[in-house]
Design a protein around this ligand. Structure first.
Ligand code: FAD
Length: 376
C-alpha cells in the first residue's frame, strides 16, 4: 500500500495544507489535473511569433491578509522571496462621467503578489520536503475501502493512483452536478460515502468572470493608476497593469482586464458550460477591449490579446465559515478551499491550514508514514 497522503491539485488551499502536513511529518502526494501549480492563482505563459514569452497573472491579481496566522505565513513567504508588496496607485474610473475618482496611493491594506508570478507560492510549497507533486494527473474516483481502512484513488482515465490513509479534497465540484455537466463523467466522490459533507457541498453557487490579457508596445500613459475598478459599466469590472508588479518583465506593458459577473453570466448562458471555442473567446476579447477603449483614455492597439474564461471564479457562499473546512473523522476525509471560508486567497489559506490540522495527530507533531492525500 502506498503510504503517503493524497491531495488533488496544488491550488493555494491545497498547497498550504500539503506543506503544513509535511512539516509535521505527514507525507503527502498531490494530484493535479492542471499542467502547473496555482489554480486561480495561476500564471499564464504565452509565446508570441518572435519567440518572446509573455506572462500574465490571469486569475487573482493580488491578495490581502488580516488574519494573524495568514500574516505569519505571508511574512515567511516574503522572507523566502516568494511574495512582495505591490505598492502602486489604485483608483476607480466612472464610465458615466468619464473620469477617474478616488486615486489612492497604495490603498488602506497591503497588497501582496507572488514573485515572479502569482503561482510562485504554490510552486514552492509543492516542492517542499515530504510533498510529492504529480501534475497532469486528475483524480476521477475516490473509493473508501472499509476493510482496509483506506482510500483507493483512480485517475480520470481509470488508472490506479494509489491507496492512501487520508484524503484532502480541495475542489468544490467533487460531488457537484457541475462536474458532470462540464466533463460528462460521474463525480469523483460518491454522495453516499460522506452524505453529510456531500449535502453541504452539492450546490455551491458560483459567479464567473472573463479575463482579457493584453500586451502593448508603449505604456498606457493616460491611466493614472495600476489597478482600476470600473463604475457604471456592464462589461468591465477591473483592469490591472500586470507589468507594474515587482519582478515582472519590463520589455512591454501588460494589462489584465476582468469582466463583470453579469457580462460573464450572459455570455455563458449562450455558449454553455463546455470549454469555449477560440471563436467565442475572440468575440469576448473584442467586446472587453472595445469597452476598455470606450474609456476614452487613448488605449492603443495591443500586439497581443487573448481572453480566458473562469467558469467558477468566485464561490457565492461559504459553507464552513466557523470550522473553515469540512471533516469526516472516521474516513479521514477533509474538504478545503475558498468556498469553505471566503472567496479569496486569504479564505483559501485559512481553509487549507484548518484541513491540515485535522490530519495532524493531536499529540504528535513528528509522525511519519501517515497519509493524507488531496484532491484539488
Ligand atoms: C479572475 C479572478 C480574480 C480574483 N481576484 C482575487 C483578488 O483580487 N484577491 C483575492 O484574494 N482572491 C482573488 N481571486 C480568488 C482567488 O484566486 C481564490 O479565492 C483562490 O485562489 C482559491 O484557491 P483554492 O485553493 O480554493 O482553489 P483553486 O485555485 O480554485 O484551484 C482549483 C483547481 O482545481 C483543479 N481541479 C478541478 N478539478 C480537478 C480534478 N478532477 N483533478 C485534479 N484537479 C482538479 C483545477 O485545475 C484548478 O486548477 C480571484 C479569482 C479569479 C478567478
Amino acid at each position: 500500500m502506498n503510504r503517503h497522503g493524497y491531495q488533488r491539485c496544488p491550488k493555494v488551499s491545497g498547497a498550504v495544507c500539503a506543506s503544513t502536513l509535511a512539516r509535521n511529518g505527514v507525507s503527502v502526494t498531490i494530484f493535479d489535473s492542471a499542467r502547473g501549480p496555482g489554480g486561480r492563482m495561476s500564471q499564464r505563459r504565452e509565446i508570441i511569433e518572435d519567440g518572446k514569452e509573455l506572462l500574465f497573472d490571469h486569475g487573482a491579481p493580488y491578495f490581502t491578509a488580516t488574519n494573524a496566522d495568514v500574516l505569519g505565513l505571508v511574512r515567511d513567504w516574503e522572507a523566502r522571496g516568494l511574495v512582495a508588496e505591490w505598492k502602486e496607485n489604485f483608483g476607480s474610473f466612472d464610465f458615466a462621467s468619464q473620469k477617474f475618482v478616488n486615486i489612492e496611493k497604495e490603498g488602506l491594506s497591503k497588497k501582496y503578489v507572488g514573485v515572479p508570478g502569482m503561482n510562485s507560492i504554490c510552486s514552492a510549497l509543492c516542492k517542499e520536503p515530504g510533498v510529492e507533486s504529480k501534475f497532469g494527473e486528475g483524480v476521477g474516483r475516490l473509493e473508501w475501502l472499509e476493510d482496509e481502512d483506506s482510500w483507493l484513488l483512480t485517475g480520470l482515465d481509470g488508472q490506479y493512483l494509489g491507496h492512501f490513509k487520508g484524503v484532502v479534497a480541495s475542489d468544490k465540484n467533487i460531488v457537484s452536478p457541475r462536474f458532470t455537466n462540464v466533463t460528462g463523467r460521474s463525480t469523483p466522490l460518491d454522495l453516499s460515502l460522506a452524505p453529510e459533507l456531500a449535502m453541504r457541498m452539492k450546490e455551491i453557487p458560483v459567479t464567473s468572470c472573463f479575463a482579457l490579457m493584453l500586451a502593448f508596445e508603449e505604456p498606457l500613459s493616460l491611466i493614472p493608476a495600476k489597478g482600476v475598478s470600473f463604475n457604471n459599466s456592464e462589461v468591465l469590472r477591473w483592469a490591472f497593469c500586470n507589468s507594474s508588479k515587482p519582478e515582472r518583465s519590463t520589455f512591454s506593458e501588460h494589462w489584465v482586464l476582468h469582466s463583470t459577473d453579469e457580462y460573464a453570466k450572459s455570455v455563458i448562458a449562450q455558449m454553455g458550460l463546455q470549454k469555449p471555442s477560440n471563436a467565442a473567446l475572440t468575440k469576448v476579447a473584442n467586446e472587453l477591449f472595445q469597452e476598455f477603449q470606450n474609456t476614452g483614455l487613448n488605449i492603443s492597439k495591443p500586439f497581443f490579446m487573448k481572453a480566458h474564461r473562469w467558469g467558477s471564479a468566485f464561490p457565492a457562499s461559504s459553507i464552513a465559515r466557523e470550522e473553515k473546512c469540512l471533516w469526516d473523522g472516521k474516513k479521514r476525509l477533509a474538504i478545503c478551499g475558498d468556498f469553505c471560508v471566503s472567496p479569496n486567497v486569504e479564505g483559501a489559506i485559512l481553509s487549507g491550514m484548518a484541513a491540515a490540522s485535522k490530519h495532524i495527530p493531536q499529540n504528535n507533531l513528528v509522525k511519519t508514514n501517515s497519509s493524507p492525500s488531496w484532491f484539488g
